[in-house]
Design a protein around this ligand. Structure first.
Ligand SMILES: *[C@@H]1O[C@H](CO)[C@@H](O)[C@H](O)[C@H]1NC(C)=O
Ligand SMILES: *[C@@H]1O[C@H](CO)[C@@H](O)[C@H](O)[C@H]1NC(C)=O
Ligand SMILES: *[C@@H]1O[C@H](CO)[C@@H](O)[C@H](O)[C@H]1NC(C)=O
Ligand SMILES: *[C@@H]1O[C@H](CO)[C@@H](O)[C@H](O)[C@H]1NC(C)=O
Ligand SMILES: *[C@@H]1O[C@H](CO)[C@@H](O)[C@H](O)[C@H]1NC(C)=O
Ligand SMILES: *[C@@H]1O[C@H](CO)[C@@H](O)[C@H](O)[C@H]1NC(C)=O
Ligand SMILES: *[C@@H]1O[C@H](CO)[C@@H](O)[C@H](O)[C@H]1NC(C)=O
Ligand SMILES: *[C@@H]1O[C@H](CO)[C@@H](O)[C@H](O)[C@H]1NC(C)=O
Ligand SMILES: *[C@@H]1O[C@H](CO)[C@@H](O)[C@H](O)[C@H]1NC(C)=O
Ligand SMILES: *[C@@H]1O[C@H](CO)[C@@H](O)[C@H](O)[C@H]1NC(C)=O
Ligand SMILES: *[C@@H]1O[C@H](CO)[C@@H](O)[C@H](O)[C@H]1NC(C)=O
Ligand SMILES: *[C@@H]1O[C@H](CO)[C@@H](O)[C@H](O)[C@H]1NC(C)=O
Length: 821
């Protein structure tokens, strides 16, 4: 830096300038007297990562940090490491990063060292700092590449990159852990961390404030973490846990080095794995834990309530207000809420001596820091709370009285499927509750409530009868799509009482319109779109009509209440018939179902104005009408739900078996991803059992691989058939479907047929040859606890019978889907 200030060296300026320019234009090294400041950066050799000063997010503050982010290949600014996360710099042009006595140091505007590699270095002036293409910033000996003195991978912040370690040095007791940012604009250490069990087991924990654990991976069993089997070695990633006398750590690598993947400890308290989609230029959330936001301990801070059914997830309890609005706006809820009015104990004067009152909070997940006592009545429990000045709440149940004398932490609204929850009584100043008596108020509430409901119901029927015509004519959007009022839907579904099913997007309920038309009503969850966009998407879906697609009849959009109304399908979904049905689906029906689904998908992919990728093909999403004609359901929703779809995906544990490899590797998704899922489903149609079902006896075979090898070896093809069919099937058709299925699940999407080709093959217009066994399936075979299994024994009975019809050799020579001459 002195170079620039010394007037004697000014002639040198232009000489040096080219050198300095080089530094900013792609040099990956800091050595000797070089300094980094202002907007200058160093870039790793392959251009993957950049080191320099940055300002986080949209922050209006002038806080700057020294950090590492992705290079140009990732067009969204994404920081992966921060040096001075707790000590920001306001003016990076007068701060500098340089080598000093063999250490890397960061000086702030007043030339004070605010960050250093802190080594007792012995090779003081022969060290250099190199930005490696893996994202690792390395301080090493200038003359010996493997003499690494310090590396950023040993000091991760909130990101864990491929090649990085999370663990602990058993000798020095130095640990590598991920700690969340405080919020999206402040990289300072936040509340949540992911770290290896400090007690020495191989488990990993997510901790709040480095103490309270609310998620664990379970111990490593040599191949996977027992509670988190998805964090495992696949064909895309190699995860491994290493433990020896010196250290123990967890690390991973990506087989394809062009894929950018990262794990972060998010400010939401969840660990997330994201992969970069180069085509759509965004990060795809691939996996996260804990799955439910409200499982994150005390996310909403003191006196906050977490609810899965509201956005934002956090709200203050009745009678409380947000402590720091600015922090809440950045989704940092940790500061929690405060009382609007002090309790009498704290402020006798303004309460006029009025006794504090209680506000009932129903179906709650209770905070865990309570004091327990045995008392005979609710009233006794209540007065135990009133008599203790620090008591904030009580709950009473069957002789057991719980009181809370500390801040209420981790209060949750019980989620839909979580049972009824408990009732907790929150202590509030009398003035917060208007009525004189709680008891009376409740009674009045119930009476008024039920009268209201009856009135509303009456009104509602009037409205719906009168609306019937106007709905169809005046409110029709495009085609004959109807706009429903939410309260009408409540009435026709008897307040959403008859549930038909659930899924990634929301639950489905049965309803009957006044003209006796039976409908299926889907309440959508987590729709992130605005009103206008929602209507546009819905009217697009409404225009799509095909005999093999479930018809959208109408919708409702009132604020966060988003509902879609479909034709009702009396025979339910394919999975119930395949896996649980009493009556066996005959082979002819199965073949027609396969063909119908293929036609529906081909229409979605090729005939609509915009190609629609379904993204979630599985037997649950295939509905059957009265004649067992298949109808694909839930199409277009991936787009409707938008970005959040990836969140939906990650919560669908079971469906992973249908996911194409490109979902996992993170490259852009095309219609061929549906082809893959369709192929997986065909195997289930053939075998009548889930690919993913594990059997009781030890012998495990992956059905598609096994079926493919039978096909390959020219063995009795009927032996792979659902045993319930008792070999009653057309051999040619079984062969055809097997081959199509196997082509559909090829690793490389280029090798998979289009849905249009599949239709032609099934219709007999295209010939199909014997497929190769997909490579990724061969990997699955060796990993017994994997997602997809099949047992040989279940079909061994029939496989002993040799078939006399097998023709693979003659078909082998033709190409995958060549037209019949
Ligand atoms: C470092 O700076 C000193 C004087 O400030 C100079 O003598 C020396 O040549 C410089 N070294 C390099 C490698 O630029
Ligand atoms: C870097 O900073 C200098 C001076 O502060 C400014 O003139 C230049 O435009 C900046 N370059 C970029 C790429 O922002
Ligand atoms: C910054 O602001 C833009 C526009 O308001 C928004 O789309 C983007 O998500 C914000 N980025 C962050 C990191 O908050
Ligand atoms: C530089 O850091 C020191 C020590 O943290 C601090 O006292 C000083 O105020 C900082 N200077 C500026 C300009 O921020
Ligand atoms: C550096 O040296 C000091 C004093 O000699 C010692 O206390 C400290 O532990 C050393 N630090 C490291 C990282 O070795
Ligand atoms: C190394 O540093 C010492 C003093 O710190 C200096 O005398 C010597 O010239 C330096 N060597 C090189 C190669 O820069
Ligand atoms: C530097 O990157 C190369 C690949 O680009 C990798 O093989 C090597 O291990 C990395 N070195 C360090 C110290 O991270
Ligand atoms: C480089 O450093 C490594 C590790 O410290 C050492 O084993 C190796 O002998 C060194 N190589 C040379 C050429 O000095
Ligand atoms: C570690 O062990 C101690 C004592 O057994 C226990 O209190 C503590 O909760 C354990 N820590 C974790 C993170 O399990
Ligand atoms: C975190 O723990 C520290 C003590 O270790 C405590 O002072 C602080 O208040 C805690 N923060 C929160 C948000 O609980
Ligand atoms: C996975 O990583 C481990 C440790 O890094 C390595 O030993 C192993 O060979 C890798 N496995 C594969 C299949 O590449
Ligand atoms: C609280 O105030 C009431 C009337 O304002 C008074 O009668 C009572 O003694 C006060 N109690 C305490 C503990 O100060």
């Amino acid at each position: 830096m002195d170079v620039w200030k010394n007037p004697l060296l000014v002639p040198c300026f232009f000489l040096c300038f080219s050198f300095q320019t080089n530094l900013s234009l792609g040099g990956d090294t800091i050595s000797g007297n070089q300094t980094l400041s202002g907007n200058r950066t160093i870039v790793s050799a392959g251009g993957n990562f950049v080191l320099g000063f940055f300002k986080p997010g949209n922050s209006s503050r002038s806080n700057h940090y020294l950090g590492i982010w992705y290079g140009e290949k990732v067009s969204v600014q994404t920081e992966v490491w921060v040096a001075n996360r707790n000590d920001p710099i306001s003016d990076p042009s007068s701060a500098e990063l340089k080598l000093l006595d063999g250490n890397l140091v960061l000086l702030n505007e007043s030339r004070v060292i605010i960050w250093s590699t802190n080594l007792n270095s012995t090779v003081s002036n022969s060290t250099i700092a190199v930005m490696n293409d893996t994202g690792n910033f390395v301080l090493r000996d200038a003359s010996n590449e493997s003499k690494i003195l310090w590396q950023s991978f040993d000091h991760p912040t909130h990101t864990w990159l491929p090649g990085g370690k999370l663990g602990r040095n058993k000798k020095t007791h130095v640990t590598q852990l991920m700690t969340s940012w405080k919020n999206s604009e402040d990289p300072a250490e936040g509340l949540f961390s992911l770290e290896e069990d400090p007690n020495g087991t191989s488990q990993y924990f997510i901790l709040r404030n480095r103490t309270k654990s609310f998620w664990t991976s379970g111990p490593w069993n040599g191949q996977i973490f027992s509670l988190e089997p998805e964090m495992r070695t696949t064909y895309a990633y190699n995860f491994s846990y290493v433990s020896n006398d010196d250290e123990s750590y967890f690390t991973y690598s990506v087989y394809d080095p062009t894929i950018f993947s990262r794990f972060i400890m998010d400010t939401s308290g969840q660990i997330k794995q994201l992969t970069w989609l180069p085509n759509s230029k965004e990060w795809n959330l691939f996996w996260s834990q804990p799955r439910q936001q409200c499982e994150v301990y005390a996310l909403c801070g003191a006196f906050g309530v977490c609810s899965e059914n509201s956005l934002p997830f956090c709200n203050c309890l009745y009678g409380f207000e947000v402590k720091s609005q600015s922090e809440w706006e950045l989704n940092d809820y940790s500061s929690g809420c405060k009382r609007k009015t002090l309790l009498r104990c704290e402020n006798n004067a303004s309460s006029n001596g009025a006794e504090d009152k209680f506000w009932a909070f129903f179906s709650a997940g209770l905070p865990d820091n309570s004091l327990e006592m045995s008392l005979e009545s609710d009233a006794a429990c209540k007065s135990a709370c009133l008599n203790n000045c620090s008591c904030n709440a009580y709950a009473y149940s069957g002789g057991n009285c719980s009181i809370w004398t500390e801040d209420l932490l981790n209060l949750r609204q019980a989620a839909d499927g979580e049972g009824t929850g408990s009732t907790i009584y929150i202590r509030l100043a009398a003035s917060e509750l208007l009525s004189k008596s709680n008891g009376k108020k409740t009674v009045i509430g119930v009476v008024v409530g039920s009268v209201g409901v009856i009135l509303l119901l009456g009104l509602g029927f009037l409205v719906i009868w009168r609306r019937r015509r106007s709905v169809v004519s005046a409110k029709a959007v495009k085609g004959s799509l109807m706009a429903f009022l939410y309260k009408d839907l409540q009435i026709v579904t008897k307040n959403f009482s008859e549930k038909l099913g659930g899924g990634g997007f929301g639950s489905v309920f049965k309803g009957t319109l006044p003209d006796s038309t039976v409908i299926a009503v889907k309440k959508l969850e987590s729709i992130s779109q605005g009103e206008k966009q929602f209507r546009t998407e819905v009217s697009t879906i409404g225009t799509i009509q095909h005999v093999n697609l479930v018809r959208l009849r109408g919708f409702c959009s009132e604020g966060t209440k988003k509902v879609l109304v479909y034709d009702y399908m009396p025979n339910g979904s394919l999975d119930t018939h395949l896996f649980h049905g009493k009556e066996v689906l005959g082979w002819k029906t199965r073949f027609q179902i396969a063909l119908g689904i293929a036609r529906g998908l081909a229409y979605l992919h090729e005939k609509c104005r915009d190609c629609i990728i379904h993204c979630d093909i599985k037997p649950e999403n295939i509905l059957l009408d009265a004649d067992f004609c298949p109808k694909v359901a839930d199409f277009g929703l991936a787009k409707l739900v938008g970005r959040d779809f990836s969140r939906v995906l990650t919560t669908m544990r079971g469906t992973r078996g249908y996911l194409a490899p490109e979902w996992i590797s993170g490259v852009a998704i095309t219609a061929k991803a549906d082809v893959y899922s369709f192929g997986m489903m065909l195997f289930e149609l053939i075998s009548g059992r889930r690919n993913s079902k594990q059997s009781e006896d030890g012998k495990i075979r992956f059905f598609p691989t096994w079926a493919a090898s039978k096909l390959d070896a020219g063995e009795d093809i009927l032996s792979i058939l659902d045993s319930k069919l008792e070999r009653n099937a057309d051999v040619e058709e079984v062969m055809k479907i097997c081959r199509v299925a196997c082509w559909c699940i090829q690793d490389d999407e280029i090798h998979r047929p289009t849905m249009g080709q599949v239709v032609q093959i099934l219709e007999g217009l295209l010939e199909v040859n014997a497929p190769p066994i997909p490579r990724s399936l061969q990997v699955y075979v060796d990993t017994p606890e994997d997602i997809i299994f099949f047992t040989e024994s279940s079909t061994s009975q029939s496989s002993k019978v040799q078939s006399n019809v097998s023709t693979p050799s003659q078909a082998k020579s033709t190409t995958s889907a060549s037209a019949k001459p």
